[in-house]
Ligand binder design. Structure first.
Ligand code: CU
Length: 150
């Protein structure tokens, strides 16, 4: 069997160029007892098909006092979601019943806990602005950041 070497090399090169390191599509962020996220900005490559996000609560306070979640929405919508989520109560994890405008969200975690979600990036658009936030009452004011696809 004859293998056409130059073609094979081109094929291997093409694979390497088109591949993204899986690590680039994995994001870690923490929330603490001071009502702060460890990042004010998250950037992921547009070539990621999906993003795996882990939220860790690095503090000690329980979920009902200092719960944190990670909610992603278009920047145009996030404040409205945050405001309607505030009155939803702990059992609904401070999220509105209508989740149509929410792109992705984690469960609420308390001190020492962590949670991981995976969501599709292929549905999102580079030219749209996205914001992530914690929907626990009052937290979203300072617990928010930009989610950038580049
Ligand atoms: Cu929070």
């Amino acid at each position: 069997m004859r293998i056409h070497k130059p073609l094979l090399a081109l094929f291997a090169l093409g694979l390497a160029a088109g591949q993204v390191l899986a690590n680039d599509c994995e994001v870690e962020i923490a929330g603490d007892d001071m009502m702060k996220f460890s990042k004010t900005e998250i950037t992921v490559p547009s070539s990621c098909e999906e993003v795996k996000l882990t939220l860790t609560h690095s503090g000690k306070l329980p979920v009902n006092a200092m719960g944190h979640n990670w909610v992603l929405a278009e920047t145009a919508n996030w404040r409205e979601i945050a405001q309607s989520g505030q009155t939803a109560g702990l059992e609904k994890e401070y999220l509105p019943d209508d989740k149509g405008a929410i792109i992705a969200y984690t469960e609420l975690v308390g001190g020492g806990e962590s949670t991981t979600i995976t969501f599709d990036l292929s549905d999102l658009d580079k030219s749209t602005e996205y914001t992530y936030f914690c929907s626990f009452p009052g937290h979203w004011v300072q617990m928010n950041g930009k989610f950038i696809i580049e």
